[in-house]
Design a protein around this ligand. Sequence first.
Ligand code: C5P
Length: 238
Amino acid sequence: MTAMDLSRRVIVALDFDTAEAAAAVVERLGEAARSYKVGLELLTAAGPALAAGLADAGKDVFFDLKLFEIPSSVAAAVRAAGRHGATMVSVHATAGARILEAAVRAAAEFPRLRIVALTVVTSLTAADLAEVGVGATTGEQSARLALLARRAGCHGVVAAPHEAAALRRLLGPGQLIVTPGVTLPGGPGDTDHARPAHPVAAVRAGASHVVIGRALTRTPDPAAVLAGIIGDLRAASE
Ligand code: C5P
């Protein structure tokens, strides 16, 4: 794997409430960062201009929209993201086959755009699932949803790192597996990942991409943290 491929596999989450704060991190990361994720906070607070600018500059941009709506609305949102240059959009797999298929059809207008289905949000436990009427473990539920997503034509899934190995065995080599919920030793304390994992562990387990936010963006030297992760991934792949 080339250095470029490896750096594109590390997706920096720009979870900020102003475009200026996000732009400051982008500026500090410079050429080293090839992939970004923009989510509901930044898009709602600041609009899509920053994300579209990143796409124009050649970055991969994951619009983490976590869509769950009627098929025509999901398709319209996917097309809107595609026009901004998005390379990835997330849809909740729980939304079911017809909604996932609508997203995939809409994405087909944009050759680089991939639809990833969110299986089980990484902070959820079996008890949380039981509360909403799902009588499966998080592992069982993420496997069921991953197969549903593949049947619907999705390009991959978003899943917790500890589900990555089982999902890779289940899905085979072609599908994307995007894992948020990664952490770094000595990074800022994190409370809402039920079971975080190191990026190298996530990739070894089968993740195609890791998403890293606060443990990188909220540090004094984000470029050094990113270089460290890419270096660790490179060492692990040799
Ligand atoms: O924790 P961190 O800042 O690295 O989070 C980066 C991204 O990971 C967030 O934008 C969120 O979408 C995702 N995340 C998640 N599950 C969590 C916490 C964060 O999927 N429990």
